[in-house]
Design a protein around this ligand. Structure first.
Ligand code: ADP
Ligand code: MG
Length: 370
């Protein structure tokens, strides 16, 4: 073995070792080993002379375990800046944060409320995507999600149970009908000039949680690029941004989780300078009388979407990937695939209940089934 290959091998062995450590730290986090938000320091492989600086970080933020790997001269500072940014975004998009913009809009009983430029931008984009998806993605669905009991998984005090929602059942139909009346993104009015928002439907609530992680991935990529980072993997618990390429110039290889066999991959997507998001029915769900009910709801009915079990979307931005994976999940195999096919630069993988895997035309070459 020549020296180049050997040092390459050693470097990759080190990277794999760190990856294993990251997973181990991730498991520790899920089990509540680390009690508060913030970065966890992680060992870094030594940088042989002449190789670019590489930094890794794992943090509990955005309600999930965020893993960032970056390569560049100032990779360490860049990664630290991203972690701080993710904490800032967690607070901004938390609709339960006292005095937060979203809490204020939701509590205003239909009055106009001023919001920050950033909240305005993401809200406008969410409303655009709601329209684009024929309302299958809808940022006003939150009260119905709450009624079903699909709360955010609390990783800080998290449960070790693989089915933390055991014992749940569907809500009372009258109660569901009452809450469902508040849903409808067209009820959200925007006064861009004055930076104000109001909700015109009584009881209506907005929540940007379904696109916040995608937005955060985009911001992270932007910050890294600004700091001169040319290659990075940003993984916010399934919302991924693949910046640049792997060190050898080939695209990043992202494993797509098998929706039914834990620890197994469905396949690998090759990705470079794109966002990849997956929505599945296997993380937040309960079973009642033999039927699985999971956390993505059809805004038209207020009931969990059940036609497919996993959707992965590749898109130019994290916001699009995040929203469109939810939208295609609701639309199902045929209509979901049609939506993804209709959009430039957007591709996807849809798995139906019989475990048939549908790959959109532009992704056939970049997806390797396993
Ligand atoms: P995850 O949170 O597991 O990454 P998603 O990104 O697909 O999953 O977002 C799903 C979350 O969005 C749900 O937990 C719920 O709060 C909300 N949601 C559920 N159905 C919809 C929908 N049709 N449109 C918008 N948001 C939704
Ligand atoms: Mg989503």
């Amino acid at each position: 073995m020549n020296n180049d290959r050997r040092s390459g091998l050693i470097r990759w062995t080190a990277v794999i070792a760190v990856a294993v450590l990251l997973v181990a730290v991730g498991i520790g986090l899920r089990r509540g080993a680390v009690q508060r938000a913030g970065a966890v320091s992680v060992a870094r492989p030594a940088n042989p002379e002449g190789t670019p600086n590489r930094a890794e970080s794992i943090a509990f933020t955005m309600g999930t375990v965020a893993r960032i790997t970056a390569e560049g001269e100032r990779a360490e500072e860049a990664v630290a800046a991203v972690t701080a940014e993710l904490d800032r975004l967690t607070a901004i998009f938390d609709r339960f944060r006292p005095y937060g913009d979203l809490a204020a809009v939701n509590a205003a009983g239909g009055e106009w409320v001023k919001v920050s430029g950033e909240v305005m931008t993401l809200l406008e984009e969410a409303l655009f995507l709601a329209e684009l998806s024929g309302g299958s993605f809808d940022p006003t669905i939150a009260p119905v999600v709450d009624l079903w009991g699909f709360v955010e998984v609390d990783h800080e005090h998290g449960s070790d149970s693989p089915t933390p929602m055991a014992g749940h059942k569907p809500p009372d139909p009258n109660e569901l009908a009452r809450v469902h009346k508040t849903v409808g993104y067209r009820g959200v009015e925007i006064d861009r000039e004055n930076g104000r928002v109001r909700l015109t439907v009584p009881g209506q609530q907005i929540d940007l949680g379904a696109v916040a992680k995608g937005y955060a991935a985009d911001r992270a990529a932007e910050l890294l690029r600004q700091q001169g980072v040319e290659r990075a993997l940003i993984d916010l618990g399934g919302d991924i941004y693949a910046l640049g390429t792997r060190p050898d110039g080939t695209p990043w290889r992202l494993g797509i989780r098998h929706p039914r066999v834990q620890g197994q991959l469905l396949g690998i997507v090759r990705a470079s300078d794109v966002a990849v998001a997956t929505s599945g029915d296997y993380e937040r769900y309960f079973e009642y009388q033999g039927v699985r009910y999971s956390h993505i709801l059809d805004p038209k009915t207020g009931w969990p979407a059940q036609e497919v079990i996993s959707v992965t979307v590749v898109a130019p931005s994290g916001v699009w990937a995040d929203a469109l994976s939810t939208a295609a999940f609701v639309l199902g195999k045929e209509r979901g695939a049609a939506l993804l096919e209709s959009l430039d630069g957007v591709e996807g993988i849809i798995v139906d209940r019989e475990l048939n895997v549908h790959v959109t035309s532009g992704l056939v070459d970049a997806f390797q089934p396993l």
